[in-house]
Ligand binder design. Structure first.
Ligand code: ARG
Length: 434
C-alpha cells in the first residue's frame, strides 16, 4: 500500500525499477527523517494544525521509533516504498488518525531534502574529524623526522634536498585547503529546506523560522524553488570537497607506493601490513596504498557523476534525484575508510635515515654550493657556472650540510602556524552546535 495509493497498485516490475535499492539507502536517513518530523509537528502545533495532546502523543511515538532505529530494530517493511512512508505508516498503525495528520504542509520532496541536509551535515563533520586525526598524525611525523633528509625531485630527477619533515608536513598543510572546501560544503548543507513542500510551498501558514531553529540550521533556503534546487547542488558541493581530500590522499598513496619500491627504498612497513605474491616468494607489496590510490581516483569522479546525473533537469522535483543517494552515500563512507586506513598505516611507517649518504644523491647539493659561493661574494650566475663546470668535468664534491632558514623550509617547517590555519578552517565543522 502506498502513501499515494488511489485504489490501484502499480505493476510489480515498475515498483522494483523505481524503488531499486532506495529502501536500503533510506535506512541511513531514518534517524534524520524522525528528527525532521519532530520539528515539523512542533511547528504544526504552534500554528494550530495539531492539538497539544496530539503533539504529545506523536512526539512520544516518534521518540519510540528513534529508539528502535538506534537499537537496530527499525526496518522498512516489504511493500513500503521508502523511509518517509514507513515512519508515517508506523505512526498511523500505533496512533490511528493522529498519525495521518503529520503530513500537513509537507511533501516527501522537502522531507527527503531535510533528511539529506541533516545527513550531509553529520557526514561532513565525521569526515572533518577523520581529516583532523590524519592531519595531527602527519604533523607529529613531520616534527619527529624534521632532521631526516631525503631527495627532492623535479621531473622525477634528483633536484634538491628535501626532508621527511617537509614531506609529512606538506600533506598536512594540503589538507587545510581541502578542509576549507569541506567547510564551504557544510555551510551549503546547513540550510533548512523544510516547508518548501513539493517545491512550491504551502497555503498553510508554516513557521519555517521555527523549524530552522529546532533543527539547528544556520539559515533557511528561503525561496521554496531554490530549496528544491539545492538537491544535487548540496551533494555536488560535498563531493567536490570529498574529491579534494581524495586527491591529496591519492597523491600521498602514490608517494608511498613509489618510495616503497626497492629502487628508492625510502620507507617501509612491518611485514604484516604488506601483501604477498602467489608466485614470487620475496614480495612485500604496497597493496594498501594501491587500493587507496585507486579508491581516491574513483572518488574524484564523483562530482562528475553528480554533474551528469543532474545536468539539464527541469526545475522542480524529478525522480532522477533519488539516484544521488546511491552516489554520495558510498562516497562518504569510502573516503572515511581511506582516511582511517592512511592514519593507521602512517602510525607504522618506517623511515630510512641514511638515504642521502648514497652518492647517487650527491647532485642534490649543487644549489647549496652555488648559494654558498654567492654568499661568499661571487655573483650568482658566476657561482652557478663554476659549480656547473665541476659537475660537468667530474670534480664536483658535495657538501651535505643544509642551512634553510626561511618560513616553510627544511629548517623552519612552521608546523605550529599550519596547525593554527587548520584550527581556523575546521572550527566551524568540529565545534558546530548539536
Ligand atoms: N525516494 C524519493 C527520493 O529520494 C523520495 C521522494 C519521492 N517523491 C516523489 N515525488 N516521488 O527522491
Amino acid at each position: 500500500m502506498k502513501l499515494w495509493s488511489k485504489g490501484f497498485e502499480p505493476d510489480k516490475m515498475i515498483e522494483e525499477f523505481t524503488v531499486g535499492n532506495d529502501r536500503e539507502l533510506d535506512m541511513r536517513l531514518a534517524q534524520y527523517d524522525v528528527e525532521g518530523s519532530m520539528a515539523h509537528i512542533r511547528m504544526l502545533e504552534s500554528i494550530g494544525l495539531l492539538q497539544p495532546d496530539e503533539l504529545h502523543k506523536l512526539l512520544e511515538a516518534l521518540e519510540q521509533i528513534l529508539g528502535e532505529i538506534r537499537r537496530g530494530e527499525f526496518t522498512i517493511e516489504p511493500g513500503i516504498e521508502d523511509v518517509h512512508s514507513q515512519v508515517e505508516f508506523l505512526l498511523t498503525q500505533r496512533l490511528g488518525d493522529i498519525g495521518k495528520k503529520i503530513h500537513s504542509g509537507r511533501s516527501r520532496n522537502d522531507q527527503v531534502l531535510v533528511d539529506l541536509k541533516l545527513f550531509m551535515r553529520a557526514e561532513l563533520r565525521s569526515i572533518a574529524a577523520d581529516v583532523k586525526t590524519l592531519f595531527d598524525t602527519l604533523q607529529k611525523l613531520s616534527e619527529e623526522h624534521r632532521d631526516t633528509l631525503m631527495p627532492g625531485y623535479t621531473h622525477l630527477q634528483v633536484a634538491m634536498p628535501s626532508s621527511f619533515g617537509l614531506w609529512f608536513g606538506a600533506y598536512a598543510e594540503a589538507l587545510v585547503d581541502d578542509v576549507e572546501l569541506l567547510a564551504a560544503a557544510y555551510r551549503i548543507a546547513d540550510q533548512n529546506p523544510l516547508g518548501s513542500a513539493a517545491g512550491y510551498g504551502s497555503s498553510f501558514p508554516l513557521d519555517r523560522e521555527m523549524t530552522t531553529r529546532l533543527l539547528h540550521f544556520r539559515t533557511l533556503h528561503y525561496n521554496v524553488v531554490a530549496a528544491q534546487m539545492s538537491r544535487g547542488k548540496t551533494e555536488r558541493a560535498a563531493s567536490m570537497a570529498i574529491a579534494a581530500i581524495a586527491s591529496t590522499l591519492g597523491h600521498l598513496a602514490m608517494d608511498v607506493c613509489m618510495w616503497m619500491c626497492q629502487n628508492f627504498g625510502f620507507v617501509s612497513f612491518p611485514d604484516e601490513l604488506t601483501t604477498g605474491s602467489s608466485i614470487m616468494p620475496h614480495k612485500k607489496n604496497p597493496d594498501v596504498f594501491e587500493i587507496m590510490r585507486g579508491k581516491c581516483n574513483r572518488l574524484q569522479a564523483v562530482p562528475n557523476e553528480i554533474a551528469l546525473l543532474t545536468a539539464n533537469l527541469p526545475l522542480g522535483y524529478n525522480r532522477d534525484l533519488q539516484l544521488l543517494k546511491d552516489i554520495i552515500f558510498p562516497a562518504t563512507a569510502e573516503l572515511r575508510s581511506c582516511l582511517r586506513m592512511a592514519d593507521f598505516m602512517l602510525h607504522h611507517i618506517r623511515v630510512r635515515k641514511d638515504i642521502i649518504d648514497n652518492p647517487r644523491y650527491d647532485y642534490l647539493f649543487t644549489v647549496e654550493e652555488v648559494n654558498r659561493r654567492t654568499l661568499g661574494g661571487m655573483p650568482f650566475r658566476e657561482a652557478y657556472r663554476t659549480v656547473g663546470m665541476e659537475v660537468q668535468n667530474g670534480t664536483y664534491k658535495p657538501n651535505k650540510e643544509v642551512h634553510h632558514t626561511h618560513a616553510g623550509s627544511i629548517g623552519r617547517l612552521c608546523n605550529a602556524e599550519i596547525a593554527l590555519k587548520m584550527q581556523q578552517a575546521i572550527d566551524p565543522l568540529i565545534s558546530s552546535a548539536e
